[in-house]
Design a protein. Structure first.
Length: 213
């Protein structure tokens, strides 16, 4: 995964193009811009990721600059996500104006952005119910957003153990054995080496060690 947020830059900068994106396996799945060739997508944008095949399950936008209900909708969305869900968040243009009602839900996810100011920006990768594993990059002001916008990479790796059925002898009953877990490692782009491990569960069934999703 690769995440780049952006902030607008009218005051003192003119209409200089700025870009933001989310990439999965180097392929853009969300793109936005200020004075560029992509839509603006102002506010907080989220992408729910299937970590097993690195694909987008769902994308949402919450315009927390103009919509007074945007933060409440964002808060409700984060709260209803299932335990273990992987979500990528990225801001565009100006996200902070009406963000207050979502700050608690974001903080519970490990995303503390209460100090982000007007036209500041942030991006994150998080797993629901594991806030200490969250990768967050933020800059607080418009000047910082234009000079050094949040930009990082994260790698997701894991192992799946599938449910199997072992056929025993005629004198013994069938025995079901299963174990299912995965380690997700987020490796942010940073000067200091850093790795984060997540765990999640997924139902899977197979015979004689086989696995199907």
């Amino acid at each position: 995964m690769e995440v780049l947020a952006y902030g607008s830059n009218v005051e003192g900068y003119g209409c200089i193009p700025r870009y933001g994106y989310i990439k999965l396996n180097t392929v853009p799945v969300w793109q936005a811009s200020w004075c560029g060739r992509f839509p603006q997508y102002r506010g907080v944008n989220t992408v729910l990721v299937d970590p097993f095949n690195c694909s987008v399950q769902e994308s949402r936008r919450f315009d927390t600059w103009v919509d007074t209900n945007g933060a409440t909708e964002l808060s409700n969305y984060l709260k209803q996500m299932k335990r273990g869900s992987i979500v990528v968040g990225v801001t565009a243009d100006e996200p902070s104006r009406f963000l207050a009602d979502a700050l608690r839900a974001l903080r519970e996810l490990g995303v503390d952005v209460a100090n982000v100011q007007h036209r500041g920006s942030f991006g994150f990768v998080a797993q629901k119910c594991f806030p200490d594993k969250t990768v967050l990059r933020k800059v607080l002001t418009e000047a910082e957003s234009n000079a050094n916008p949040p930009h990082f990479k994260a790698t997701v790796t894991g192992t799946i153990y599938c449910k199997t059925r072992i056929l025993a002898s005629v004198s013994a009953p069938n025995v079901d054995k299963w174990a299912l877990s995965a380690d997700i490692r987020f490796r942010p782009k940073s000067v200091v080496p850093h790795s984060v491990h997540f765990r999640f569960r997924r139902a899977a069934v197979g015979k004689f060690g086989g696995c199907r999703k």
